[in-house]
Design a protein around this ligand. Structure first.
Ligand SMILES: Cc1cc2nc3c(=O)[nH]c(=O)nc-3n(C[C@H](O)[C@H](O)[C@H](O)COP(=O)(O)OP(=O)(O)OC[C@H]3O[C@@H](n4cnc5c(N)ncnc54)[C@H](O)[C@@H]3O)c2cc1C
Length: 429
């Protein structure tokens, strides 16, 4: 598969393309990275931005966007090249996702769930320990998952939240996989399952537990359950404040059989990843990095009288507006700086400093984006919060970031404080 760069739609001819959030020269990106990220930005600006209001208004999944992502090769962005994907590394994916989030938060956030199924089973799993036989089996299984995505446009989701302590990493998942001949029988419930009713496969984290065994986080399995399998159902409504197009309803699994090939990671590898590859949980942040840029861009255009469809009234001459924009720009650059560094450091066995920086980056992006969006509304004024303009959607979407487990804003502070003050195994006794 090759990246289709250049003019993906005729709209490109009519609008000036935005500058990248991270200039390739300034941030020392190579040509291949810059090309993939530019592709995401162009698709976001020329196609997704125009559809975002309707998905948000109707809390509707962005199905059309997924067709476009497939056509552009971006469903396979992190699938290794030898399996037909674009072979993007963590940093490249994160930068591309930020560009999509800039134009449609719900598309970027759900795309993240999909991409993680390939990132975690792909480059991330390659960094982890497996014996040769296990690695060979993993290679065979993931090839089948990747083929579905690259050739058929299959969409994967990533429901792990259950409403208890499991999603925060504090307990074993309550969703159970009972070993049976040739596979597992799954029973359980996932809440806030983005892409419910729209994904082809639900990449479920569950606990493998044989009769009479005690549940353990070490026995976490990561299984792709076909949405059409007997015993899978989607229940409940979805009418939230923001990120409405994610359609994050409740999934129920009742005696669902999946065969062994459903495994996205071999036994024990998810647990190993959670211990050794912590940046795997930072992937919800790119969406919000993009929203921060979007709130800033809107404010500058609005104050310059350049928002399409609005009278060309300039408001930039007021010193209070200039100070507010300066504050937004400072905040944006702070977020960009720490976030770029953190996504560039994603690897197995990061240092303590890198882990603390990853928590700090997640916190800064999730809280800072909402601060920028809040300031944007106050600065632009009443007309800017009308639903006919994107800022109020950006504001609502940005509010959701710090609620995302396992690295909610609160949990990031909790971990930074504890891990900064205690070395592993240290107590006050
Ligand atoms: C738009 C959107 C899309 C989502 N999509 C998905 C998805 O696709 N897949 C998925 O798995 N989840 C998804 N989530 C779920 C998300 O990660 C949370 O699980 C969800 O918001 C429900 O969490 P809660 O705040 O009710 O959780 P609770 O566990 O009730 O936590 C409440 C708050 O308490 C704090 N807290 C929790 N545990 C601890 C602890 N041990 N120590 C200290 N404080 C703690 C946290 O700050 C948390 O915000 C999505 C959420 C949103 C908003």
């Amino acid at each position: 598969m090759t990246v289709q760069v250049g003019k993906s739609t005729s709209v490109t001819d009519k609008i000036a393309l935005d500058a990248p959030i991270f200039d390739p020269d300034a941030f020392r990106l190579n040509n291949e990275q810059a090309t993939i990220i530019a592709q995401a930005r162009e698709l976001g600006q020329t196609v997704f931005a125009g559809r975002a209001a309707a998905y948000d208004r109707d809390a509707m999944f962005p199905t059309e966007n997924y067709r476009d992502l497939h056509r552009a090769g971006l469903l396979g962005i992190s699938i290794p090249k030898k399996h037909g994907g674009l072979g993007a590394d963590y940093q490249t994916y994160a930068l591309a996702a930020a560009e999509i989030g800039r134009y449609c938060g719900a598309t970027a956030l759900t795309w993240n769930m999909h991409v993680c199924s390939t990132l975690w089973s792909g480059p991330l799993a390659d960094d982890l320990d497996m014996d040769a036989a296990t690695r060979a089996e993993h290679e065979r299984r993931r090839a089948a998952h990747y083929k579905r995505i690259v050739e058929d446009g299959a969409i994967y989701s990533q429901p792990f939240s259950e409403g208890g302590a499991a999603a925060a990493g504090g307990a074993a998942f309550g969703t159970e996989a009972k070993p049976t001949k040739g596979g597992w029988i799954i029973n359980g419930k996932k809440i806030f399952a983005s892409l419910s009713g729209h994904a082809d496969y639900y990449g479920v984290l569950c606990t493998e537990i044989a009769e009479g065994e005690k549940a353990s986080r070490r026995n976490t399995l990561y299984l792709a359950i076909p949405a059409k399998a007997d015993g899978v159902s989607v229940v409940g409504d979805w009418d939230p404040l923001g990120m409405r197009g994610t359609v994050s309803r409740t999934l129920l699994f009742k005696d669902v059989f999946v065969d062994e090939n459903a495994a996205l990671m071999p036994r024990g590898v998810y647990f190993q990843a959670a211990m050794r590859w912590p940046h795997m949980f930072l992937t919800l942040s790119p969406t919000y990095m993009g929203l921060a840029q979007a709130a800033y861009d809107f404010t500058v255009r609005y104050l310059r009288g350049e928002v399409p469809g609005m009278p060309p009234v300039k408001r930039r001459m007021y010193p209070t507006k200039q100070i507010a924009v300066a504050q937004m720009q400072v905040k944006l650059e702070q977020i960009k700086g720490i976030w770029f560094q953190a996504v560039s450091e994603a690897r197995a066995n990061p240092s303590k400093e890198q882990v603390l920086r990853a928590y700090a980056a997640q916190y800064s992006v999730m809280e800072g984006t909402n601060e920028i969006a809040t300031l944007a509304i106050r600065t632009c004024g009443g007309q800017a919060m009308l639903k006919s303009l994107p800022l109020e959607r950006i504001y609502r979407d940005s509010r959701c970031g710090s609620l995302m487990l396992p690295w909610t804003a609160e949990l990031c502070l909790d971990r930074i404080g504890r891990e900064a003050l205690y070395e592993t195994g240290e107590t006050d006794d």
